[in-house]
Every structure is written in C-alpha cells, then in structure tokens.
Ligand binder design. Structure first.
Ligand code: 5AD
Ligand code: FES
Length: 346
C-alpha cells in the first residue's frame, strides 16, 4: 500500500500535486481496492443500501454546439434529428411516475427551438402535475436570467458537466467559440440560484493526462457540487475522435472511489457509458461508491437517435424493462433501488 492512499483517506483535502501522486495508485490493484473499500464504507454510512434512480428523458438531439467528442454535434450531418413534443415529454413523465421514478431529468442538446418560454411552460406543467418529484434540467449553457426563469418555473436541479477543468484540454475538446470560463460561470450561476448542481467529466477523453484529472478533482473540491457525473469517453464513428481509444473502465472506477471519499455526500451515478464499455460496469460502479442510476424514459422510437457515442446500451428497451433490469443489477451487488426523489443527504 502506498502512503499517499492512507493520507488521502485521513484527509482528502489534497492539492493538485498530491492528487497527481494519488492518481498513480490507479495502476496498483491493491491501492485501488483499498480506496474502493473506503468509498463503499462512506457511501453506506451516508446512504445505507439505497440506490436512487432518475428517469432520463432525452427530449431533443438538436444542438447548436460542435463538441468534437459528441455524436449529436451540429456538424454531424448523419445524425437523424428529433424533438419530443410537450405531450410526449409528459407521457414519459406519466410512464416514469407509474414505474416509481420521483426525479425526471430533461436532457437535450442546446436547441434554440426550446425557447425559455417553451421550457418554462413544460417545467411548470410537470411541476404542477408531480409535486412530489424533482425536476432536473440538462440543457447546457444558458444565461443567468434563463436559469432563473427555469428555477422559478419549478426546476430543482441542473446537470452540466464541466468536461475538463484544464484550459488547454478544454480547447482540444471544443471549438473556439466555447470556453471553460463560461462553463464554470454557468455552474456558479446555477449554484447561486439555489439549484442542486451536477458537474462532471469524461474519463480518458482524447488529450487527457494526469494534470487534467488532478485539476478536475481540485475543481470539484472547490465547486462542491451536489452531483458528479463521470463516465468513460467512448468514441463515436461520425466525429473527429472516431479513431481514438475509449477511456478505461478501471480508471473510471478508481475515480468514482476518489470522488466519493473527496465529497462524501455527493450523488454519484453509475453511468450508461460505464455500462456500455463493460457489461457489469454499472454494478462495478455501485460497488465502489456510486449511488445513483439513470435509466432511460425516452420513447423507444427515438432512443437510437440520442446517439452521443457508439454502442450506447438500452436503446431498444422500454422504460419498464430498463427499470426492472437495473433493479436486478442493483440487487446483485447488495443494494436496493428506491422510489424517492433522492436528494443529497445533509
Ligand atoms: N463518450 C462519452 N461521453 C460522452 N458525452 C458526450 N459525448 C460522449 C462520448 N463520446 C457525455 C458528455 C456530456 C454528457 C451528456 O455525455 O460528458 O456532458
Ligand atoms: Fe436498460 Fe438493462 S438498464 S436494459
């Protein structure tokens, strides 16, 4: 066992240099197992054997951005575009509620068709119909004023992965009209408005090195988000990164443990990308500190179109099938899926 592992567990308030040293332990199975065990202990202490579930509604794959890694980037002319109507979105919520979901995540590309007026109308309707549910948005970078309107309409949470906290790396992943500073500002705006905020990044995205990951951890420590979404990078055939290697499952698992120890009460999903690269990926994620799963509630007819990366799982299954499948998977590692809003514990 390396001394740095013990030191991190005793006091996770690490500097960038210390995180870099800690990241080297990912290669040592003994260190990784030790951290995973501690992460599972903390997770149990805070959340018992509960796993929270979020119903993901991917309501538009139109996007004005051109992130180099993403299959629904504007420049991908092969993407077949769709938008759900308000009625379709509400049908997803109704199905989801019936299945026990108490959080709805409205996720989409940055689609100008969904003006603030249309978004607030949808949010308000969901809010009125499902008062015991949390509404999470994941629709990218907006102005403070837009975020304020969504909040006022009834949104509770917002997911916006920072993608990488390293400036230079950010520029490798995004065209020059996007910037890390704007991204971070959005996250701080959301926090200020009282949202429960989720940040996060891809593991193993092209150009990522130990410096980037250490900076991601420092940034998370500084931001103190309620949620952190991390999953391995998975190449998409119609992007500039088609030929790049996928991220590592083991590194993702290692980072899940580290984040659980760093932010003990954080909501940490075992992501679809993790399940895509490894058939047992989500179970492994839960075993090392994750406490959330996000099955898909989108209409099956559109599932394949929300094509962020290749071989995405769960694109053929009905919502009920995914829920049942996940319930079994969660049980297989000794946890239970619960029908609760699933706010972060205090
Ligand atoms: N591989 C893995 N994750 C991806 N995302 C987008 N493209 C990919 C990819 N190729 C993630 C981004 C985004 C989230 C919705 O999906 O981190 O924030
Ligand atoms: Fe969708 Fe298993 S979670 S099929």
């Amino acid at each position: 066992m390396k001394e740095v592992t013990e030191r991190f567990i005793a006091n996770p308030d690490f500097t960038k240099e210390e995180f870099k040293e800690l990241l080297k332990c990912a290669e040592d199975p003994e260190d990784a197992a030790y951290l995973a065990k501690e992460a599972a202990r903390i997770r149990k202490e805070r959340y018992g054997d509960k796993v929270y579930t979020r119903g993901l509604i991917e309501f538009t794959n139109y996007c004005k951005n051109n992130c180099y890694y993403c299959g629904i980037r504007r420049g991908n002319l092969h993407a077949s575009r769709y938008r759900l109507t308000k009625e379709e979105i509400l049908d997803c919520c109704a199905d989801g509620y019936e299945l026990g979901f108490r959080t709805f995540v409205l996720q989409g590309g940055e689609d100008a068709w969904f003006t603030d007026e249309r978004m607030t109308d949808i949010i308000r309707t969901i809010r009125e119909s499902y008062q015991d549910c949390a509404i999470t948005l994941s629709i990218g970078e907006k102005s403070y004023e837009s975020y304020r309107k969504y909040k006022e309409a009834g949104a509770d949470r917002y997911l916006l992965r920072h993608e990488t906290a390293n400036e230079e790396h950010y520029r490798k992943l995004h065209p020059s009209n996007m910037s890390l500073s704007v991204r971070k500002q959005c996250l701080y705006d959301l926090k200020k408005l009282g949202y429960q905020v989720g940040a996060g990044f891809m593991v193993g995205s092209p150009g990522q090195n130990a410096d980037c990951l250490a900076e991601d951890l420092v940034f998370l420590k500084e931001l103190q988000p309620h949620m952190v979404g991390i999953g391995p990078f998975v190449p998409h055939h119609d992007t500039a990164f088609a030929k790049e290697e996928a991220g590592s499952v083991d590194m993702t698992l290692f980072l899940l443990s580290v984040i659980r120890i760093l932010l003990p009460k954080v909501l940490l999903p075992a992501t679809t990308a993790l399940g895509t690269l490894d058939p047992k990926g989500r179970e492994k994620g839960l075993a090392v500190g994750a406490n959330v799963v996000m099955p898909n509630l989108s209409p099956v007819k559109n599932r394949k179109q929300y094509d962020l990366y290749d071989n995405k799982i769960c694109t053929g299954e009905e919502a009920a099938e995914c829920r049942g499948c996940l319930a079994r998977r969660v049980e297989s590692v000794g946890y239970h899926l619960v029908d609760e809003r699933g706010d972060a514990v205090l």
